[in-house]
Write a protein that binds this ligand. Sequence first.
Ligand code: KG4
Ligand code: ZN
Length: 368
Amino acid sequence: MGLGKIFGSSVKNCTCVYLCLQILNTLATTTILAIESSCDETAAAICVDGKILSNIIASQSIHEKYGGVVPELASRAHIQNIVPVVQQALQEAFPVAESFLHTVDAIAFTQAPGLIGCLLVGTQFAKSLALSLNKPLIAVHHMQAHVLANLIGENKPDFPFLCLTVSGGHTQIVLAKSPLELEVIGQTIDDAAGEAFDKTAKLLGLPYPGGPLIDRYAALGNPLAFKFAEPQIPALNFSFSGLKTSVLYFLQKQQPGFIEANRNDLCASIQYTIVQILLKKIKKAVQETGIQQVCLAGGVSANSGLRKGLSHLGEKHGWKTFIPAFEFCTDNAAMIAITGHYKFLAGHFADLSTNPSARAESIKLLSY
Ligand code: KG4
Ligand code: ZN
């Protein structure tokens, strides 16, 4: 039946079609299926109009016994996990239907940076899905996604804001001008904050990843028990390799049994030093930019000392601070989904020839 027959006259027809389109427009939703596989978490999430409906993460415990992530084992685990993880994300988001795959508007995936074999699994899976469903692909930069995790939920910062992104591979101060315009204004010149936690934890005989364990023991110790040197690095940059060396030399001078007897104090002092290095630089960034909205992002933002430290600093100086919920701090696909959402709205799509990249752009100004 033609539309003219339904609406009676051509004038009415035009008005009604317009109204129908308006209603359809307001009802139209943007559904993103997102996949994250850059390191040792296989994750999938569904986001509808910027709201996260599901966020599934399969962590890989196999690496614990090796003291760090073994890339080949991580890639193999991604291959095993990716189908059930995506299936679970769909089922949780749309529990009443068997599969809502056809309602997905685009497939977002982590393209860079990360372990290349791991990224390849997610990229190939996303490309195959996009090809078979005839849906657009969205390539997401993992570090941009960590920053945009702050846009999940009701309490979000306005633009522009500053973000301290602290993960296992990166430490950056990012000036976010819009969801798609992020400028790195400071970064580590050697180890990342997460590496500082993990490497010093290893010196204390703790298993990988040591960050969460240092956090746990630190809660029981005295942060001022031992003093470790803080590096003097110019501008808004960081350095963490000296801390690891200073902890190593300090431990070498001690008697056997010292670590076991002082574990809580050692953890509290190491955590305190790392947190002070980070907070001093974010304070400098606020002074230099005049931007008083400060966010945290990345795995290390799960650290309780850092979360408390930033909140106190914010209260003291009148800044607005934003800290993502724990599940959006460490690697997850919800952050890939929210980034995919903004890229979808801006029409930033990737084609099927897109390849993953192990490295992030090294240039200072990153327009992701
Ligand atoms: O962002 P993420 O999950 O993965 C990367 O993209 O690197 O960050 C992982 C890092 C690891 O170094 C881990 O030790 C650290 O985050 N981490 C923590 C805590 N939870 C995770 N570091 C300190 N305290 C924590 N509670
Ligand atoms: Zn990460």
